[in-house]
Structures are given as structure tokens and as C-alpha cells.
Ligand binder design. Structure first.
Ligand code: KIV
Ligand code: NA
Length: 265
């Protein structure tokens, strides 16, 4: 029972199969998704907002990514685990990118890394791929640049659409095995998907990409407050966990937990 490889997902896309990716930040959740058959798990820097309590992905460190990536690898048997390179871990130079990606491959045991940027990250992607590290690219909305770009749909208008196509070709030329398209109009995402031979992975990019990705805390209804319109809530875990905690608290207060069957003499 070997793990899914980048060749397996390329083959799935070549067969016309659409595949799902989910984020995971801990071993237990990752094991649930692995057993459910999710083939690709992303240890996203969305751990900043969704797991570590930061406001954005910007503060996430290499140490945090390395520790949680190792946990997700330990929790999975089948999935290809992809780890994000966090903000500041690759922008300086291709050599910096290689040093940090190598750490995630060797220390955490992931099968691939992801980094943000199209043309601007071409040299980084190329050096990693030359060194034997599979790279997933990420264009469109790139949350590590939130301070410069905000959170809005990318690629609207002819000029921005042409730039997105150039970015998509740049990451493919650099050797990326797949590319995330985040918050992109569906028509443009479809055009990028037709133009590239590597799989496109959409989030807020409509139905015509080769694969989809969701942040798992949004997908299971764990995220408090407002979630983006492009996500879909397949469960209400926030309600379920809250109800369980209240039932436990009530039984402790009422003296009905622990009962005789939970008690040793
Ligand atoms: O960090 C993350 O979860 C991501 C996905 C939204 C693609 O980069
Ligand atoms: Na990310």
C-alpha cells in the first residue's frame, strides 16, 4: 500500500478524473480524511487562521509548518502530503526556498511543497524541481500578499487575465506538477485549465478546474463567523462539538458522570 504520487495525480487528470484536496493540520483529522480516500492533503499555511489563532497566514513560521506537516504525515498512509512554504521562507532567493523545502521533505517527510506566485516564483520552482522536489504552485489570490492585494477576485479585466495566463505558463515551464487557482473567475480558470497540461486545483475558481481544494475547517463547519462564499459546509462540527461539551458539563454538574460503568473499585 504505497502513497499517492505526483504521477498518480497526473494520470488521474489525464483520465479525466476530477480529484479532491483538503487541508489538514493534525494527525487525527488527517487520518480521518486518509481513511475517507482523500488522495492529496495540504498542510496549508491557512493553519495560521484555521488552527493557530492568527489573523492571517502571514505570521506562520517554518517551525510551525514543519511540526504540523510531520503530524499529518504520521496520521496518513495513502495520501500525498503537500506542505506550504510560509511567507518569508522562499521570497529571498531560490537557495532559501531550496533550504526550507529540503527541511520539509527530510524532517517532516512530506511528498511535495507548495509556494505562492507565478512569474515571480519561476526561479524558486525551477531550482526545487531540479533538486527532485515536486512543487505545487499557487496563483490568483495569494493570501501571503494580503497586505498588498487584499482579499478579492483576481484576474478580472483583459490585462489581469493575460497576466494570469502568463503566470500559469511560467509555473508550468518551471516544472510545477500542479497549480492552485484561488478566487479566479470561472471562465478564466477554465481557460487556464485548457491551456496547461498540468492539473489545475481550484478554490473559488468554478467547476472547470481539474481538481478542487477546500480548507477543512470551513468544509466541516468548524470555522466560527463568516466563511467565504466559495466554500461549502458539508457538516456542522461547531454545533456537534459545542453540544458535546455542554452535555458533558451538565452531567459533571449534575453528578451523573462518571456513572458506575466508568468507575473502578
Ligand atoms: O493554505 C491553504 O489552505 C491553501 C489553500 C487554500 C490552497 O493554500
Ligand atoms: Na496556503
Amino acid at each position: 500500500n504505497r502513497r499517492v504520487t505526483v504521477h498518480d495525480i497526473a494520470a488521474a487528470t489525464a483520465r479525466g478524473e476530477k480529484w479532491p484536496m483538503l487541508t489538514a493540520y493534525d494527525a487525527m483529522t488527517a487520518s480521518v480524511f486518509d481513511e475517507a480516500g482523500i488522495p492529496v492533503m495540504l498542510v496549508g499555511d491557512s493553519m495560521g487562521n484555521c488552527h493557530l489563532g492568527y489573523e492571517t497566514t502571514v505570521p506562520v513560521t517554518m517551525d510551525e509548518i514543519a511540526i504540523l506537516s510531520a503530524a499529518v504525515v504520521r496520521g496518513t498512509k495513502r495520501a500525498l502530503v503537500v506542505a506550504d512554504l510560509p511567507f518569508g521562507a522562499y521570497q529571498e532567493s531560490p537557495v532559501q526556498a531550496l533550504r526550507n523545502a529540503t527541511r520539509l521533505i527530510k524532517e517532516s517527510g512530506v511528498g511535495a511543497v507548495k509556494l505562492e506566485g507565478g512569474e515571480r516564483s519561476h526561479e524558486q520552482i525551477k531550482l526545487l524541481v531540479d533538486a527532485g522536489i515536486p512543487v505545487m504552485a499557487h496563483i490568483g489570490l495569494t493570501p501571503q500578499s494580503v497586505n498588498a492585494m487584499g482579499y478579492r477576485v483576481q484576474g478580472r479585466g483583459e490585462e489581469a487575465a493575460q497576466q494570469m495566463l502568463r503566470d500559469a505558463k511560467a509555473v508550468q515551464d518551471a516544472g510545477a506538477f500542479a497549480v492552485v487557482l484561488e478566487l479566479v473567475p470561472a471562465e478564466l480558470a477554465a481557460e487556464v485549465t485548457r491551456t496547461l497540461h498540468i492539473p489545475t486545483v481550484g478554490i473559488g475558481a468554478g467547476p472547470d478546474t481539474d481538481a478542487q481544494v477546500l480548507v477543512y475547517t470551513d468544509m466541516v463547519g468548524l470555522t466560527g463567523g463568516k466563511v467565504p462564499r466559495f466554500t461549502k459546509q458539508y457538516a456542522d462540527l461547531r454545533q456537534i462539538l459545542g453540544d458535546a461539551a455542554k452535555a458533558y458539563a451538565d452531567e459533571v454538574a449534575g453528578g451523573t458522570f462518571p456513572a458506575p460503568e466508568h468507575t473502578f473499585h
